[in-house]
Design a binder for this molecule. Structure first.
Ligand SMILES: [Zn+2]
Length: 305
């Protein structure tokens, strides 16, 4: 049985990732009342729904009450309520929200994981107090979320803030047409600036396959090839971000995901972006995340007011 509504102000946030599911319960004053983490089912839609329902129940038991349920996930919800563009491909085309609601017997809100990240960092993270924020996840993929006046900007197609599958702006001759992306297009920003994009570029230029972490470590030790790869990566990221700044003009850009740990980016990106920014004031604030990976669950909980 579901507990009573005695703790109706509790907000449950679930972050469904490629390999793990994390969950928290945010209480009043945003204290974390309970948390859970477990492996995510692979290639099994019914098991994914059941695992989330099970985690919600476990969180409610730990916290001693029920609450609203928000879920961050790869991809987004298309008109009609079905999942689109998830790299956990077994979710695609499925009525995820209605199936979860049938299990949980409460309304659920679903949002793209980068949107949850942006919402969390805007609420009480690195962008707290900013009126407009662009949150970027640079990891195995490249997502984005826009927050304005405390609310996510998402439109009728559910893809607001998604910038990773636009083409790399101001591409040079040797960057055109660019690598083939999983989405079927060539030269997507994601295929250049994500972790796998950085690794592929390093391998293409040097013939040596290294992880993004190994490239960063090599650069720190002065390896010329690794440094050059990071310079090309920063230039591409700067052009991609400048394109968004020209459209949305955010007060702050917050980076998340594994590549947000590349500490050089915060100083190097603004001057690299400046030549591409239309405004006379070319200064753009780029910040590391406050909550890091935890912004996924924190933002999911915040999908409900
Ligand atoms: Zn693409």
């Amino acid at each position: 049985m579901r507990p009573s509504q005695a703790h109706a102000r509790m907000r449950i946030g679930i972050d469904l990732g490629g390999s793990k599911i994390a969950g928290i319960v945010l209480g009043e004053d945003d204290a974390i009342l309970a948390s859970e983490r477990r492996a995510a089912p692979q290639h099994d839609y019914a098991a994914s729904v059941a695992a989330i329902a099970d985690m919600v129940q476990a969180l409610e038991q730990s916290a001693g009450g029920s609450g609203s349920v928000g879920i961050g996930m790869p991809g987004s919800i298309a008109p009609g309520g079905r999942v689109q563009n998830a790299n956990s491909t077994w979710l695609n085309g499925k009525p995820f929200a209605s199936d979860l609601e049938a299990c949980l017997k409460v309304p659920v809100r679903l949002a793209n994981d980068a949107n949850c990240f942006a919402l969390s960092e805007a609420a009480d993270g690195a962008g707290a107090g900013a009126r407009s924020l662009f949150g970027v996840i640079l990891g195995t993929g490249c997502g984005g979320g826009l927050v304005f006046n405390g609310s996510l900007l998402d439109g009728p197609r559910g893809t607001g803030g998604e910038w990773g599958h636009n083409p790399l702006p101001w591409a040079t001759a040797d960057e055109h047409p660019g690598p083939l992306c999983w989405c079927g297009r060539r030269g997507c920003i994601e295929s250049w600036v994500s972790g796998p994009g950085l690794e592929a570029d390093h391998q293409q230029q040097t013939g040596v396959a290294l992880s993004a972490a190994a490239i960063a470590a090599g650069a720190a030790l002065g390896a010329a090839d690794a440094r050059a790869a990071l310079e090309r990566h920063a230039s591409r990221l700067a052009r991609g971000l400048a394109h968004v700044v020209n459209i949305f003009d955010p007060e702050v850009v917050v980076l998340g995901g594994g590549l947000s740990q590349l500490g050089h980016l915060y100083a190097s990106l603004p001057p690299l972006m400046a030549p591409y920014i239309l405004a006379h004031d070319t200064s753009v604030v780029i910040k590391p995340p406050r909550w890091g990976d935890a912004s996924g669950v924190r933002g999911a909980a915040r999908l409900w007011p």
